[in-house]
Structures are given as C-alpha cells and as structure tokens.
Design a protein. Structure first.
Length: 115
C-alpha cells in the first residue's frame, strides 16, 4: 500500500507561483516513478508532469512546459511541483499519483488562479 498526501494549493493571481508537495508513505519511495495530474471542473483528469525513479528524467504536458517544474526529495519521501507564471486555465484540483502494482492517488489539492 502507498499513501499519498498533497498540500500547497491555494488561491493565487495570474502570473503568480505556487509549490505543491506530495508526501508518500507506506513503502520505499526511492525508485518509484511519480506523477502529477489535474482535473478542472467539467473536464477529464489530465497529465501534468512526471519524474522518473532516479529523478534524472522529467516529463511535462505541452500546457505547462516551461512554466512548471517537478522534482523529488527521496530523503523526505516527497515530490514537488513548482508552478510559475500561473494562468486562470491552470485552475484545477491537482493530484499526485504513482503506480506500484496498483495505481495510487492522493486526495488532491485545489489550485485557483484568478485573472
């Protein structure tokens, strides 16, 4: 079993920044590929970013490339999503996820970007 707990969401003006955190527990965090997804009202959940188990490879959706940055700290069992130059269309619930046998999701954290 893996438990994921997101934090760091909030209300920010367009152009601002937020850093999301996802704390993992329940098994060894090191070496697990981790990802961030988001779901806006009335829309399907979509991929945002992911990071390899080693931390050397990162992947981003076209919508956030160049503005968001994913990183991990294995000593803290935590993955981060630094979000800069936020836009109103980034408003969504952001979820942390990983697959280890089964796919696990956190409860999500709300990000609201005002124009």
């Amino acid at each position: 079993q893996v438990q994921l707990l997101e934090s760091g969401g909030g209300l920010v003006q367009a152009g601002g920044s937020l850093r999301l955190s996802c704390a993992a527990s329940g098994r060894t965090f090191s070496g697990i590929h981790m990802g961030w997804y988001r779901q806006a009202p009335g829309k399907e959940r979509e991929f945002v970013a992911s990071i390899s188990g080693s931390g050397y490879s990162t992947y981003y959706s076209d919508a956030v490339k160049g503005r968001f940055s994913i990183s991990r700290d294995d000593a803290k069992n935590t993955v981060y999503l630094q979000m800069n130059s936020l836009r109103p269309e980034d408003t969504a619930i952001y979820y942390c996820s990983t697959t280890y046998g089964a796919t696990y999701w956190g409860q999500g954290t709300q990000v609201t970007v005002s124009s």
